[in-house]
Design a protein around this ligand. Structure first.
Ligand SMILES: [Zn+2]
Length: 342
């Protein structure tokens, strides 16, 4: 008698480009067992997030050489994860969906049928090596239209390269005069490079301005405190969630919101700086701020980091009042909803 050892099924695969770090991953479909495991993890939001992160890593078909799950988590941002979740959702549950939307004019809720893929859009961070390389190839073959943001980023790389290769005795700035304006622009923004970099992986992108290494120092208008704003990775999020395992959805949302703040800096009367670096202290400090200070933090984040990601804008005509509305679907919420109803 033969013993059944399981099918050898080749599960379908979906290729995802991460919008912020510009990497390409092949995500394979979840199995029935994995969906059940996810479903039983939905009790606490912290737990569910960590299980999804691990499952994303498991579902990547050809993993980058030398990578472990920890390296993966340090090199994938929270915005990148949305793209990966979209791929996982699409490849596991298909493209056709009945979704519930709200009319932005009369507020009525209704159900419409859509093809997810036809609403998918992505804005890629122009600084990542992967995005720049494919852009250069696309431009050379005449397929890509000129993208000013990526052009600026490529010029910055050339400036960095010429700085390191400038002949002795010649200031690098003179060797690359035409690009000077770009580095000045960065100084105005207060771009500082993190001393300890998040990347443990063998790095092939020394010349690119990796979004994970970017930190902006901004002065808050009311408190005059300086906030250091960055793009958190899923490792940053997990280390926070591990400290609040029983948090409700709302509590964990407020806490993860503050992850975009790396630290605060206060200038004391004697002119010396004092830094707030402990995560719990950052959350307390954040809660004491004026809403205007908070808005400044989120505005800086959105303009420099948050706008790079995927979007799923669904336009529809209201069955009740006839107005045309657009809803931006939250892929993470949709992903968990479909898991819960499977
Ligand atoms: Zn309406």
């Amino acid at each position: 008698m033969s013993v059944f050892k399981g099918f050898s099924i080749k599960l379908p695969v979906y290729t995802v480009i991460t919008p912020q770090t510009g990497r390409s991953f092949d995500v394979r479909s979840l199995t029935v067992a994995e969906v059940s495991k996810l479903k039983s993890s939905l009790v606490t939001p912290s737990r569910a997030t960590i299980i999804v992160d691990n499952m994303l890593w498991d579902s990547i078909d050809s993993k980058p050489e030398g990578w472990t799950v920890d390296i993966f988590k340090k090199n994938v941002t929270i915005k990148d994860r949305e793209a990966l979740l979209y791929g996982l959702y699409h490849v596991s549950f298909g493209d056709s969906r009945s979704i519930s939307v709200y009319c932005t004019s009369c507020g009525q809720q209704q159900t419409i049928d859509i093809k997810l893929g036809s609403h998918f859009g992505m804005e890629a961070y122009p600084g990542s090596a992967g995005i720049k390389n494919s852009y250069i190839v696309g431009r050379a073959s005449g397929e890509n239209p000129i993208d000013e943001e990526i052009e600026v980023s490529i010029k910055k790389d050339q400036l960095k390269k010429s700085k390191t290769t400038a002949p002795k005795g010649m200031p690098a700035e003179i060797a690359a005069t035409e690009n000077l304006d770009i580095s000045k622009e960065d100084e105005e923004f207060g771009v500082v490079n993190k001393v300890e970099t998040a990347i443990d992986a063998p790095s092939e992108e020394n010349n690119s301005d990796n979004i994970i290494d970017k930190v902006l120092r901004i002065e808050l208008p009311i408190s005059k405190v300086f906030a250091y704003v960055k793009q958190p990775t899923i490792a940053d999020e997990e280390s926070l969630l591990n400290t609040i395992p029983y948090a409700t959805k709302k509590q964990s949302d407020v806490s993860t919101d503050t992850l975009i703040i790396e630290k605060f800096e206060m200038i004391k009367p004697d002119g010396k700086s004092e830094f707030v670096v402990n995560r719990q202290d950052i959350i307390w400090g954040y809660e004491e701020l004026s809403p205007l200070d908070r808005d400044e933090i989120f505005k800086t984040y959105n303009e420099n980091f948050g706008k790079y990601g995927i979007n799923l804008n669904v336009g529809f005509e209201c069955k009740s009042c006839g107005a045309i509305s657009t809803n931006d679907l939250d892929i993470t919420a949709h992903f968990f909803r479909i898991i819960a109803s499977s």
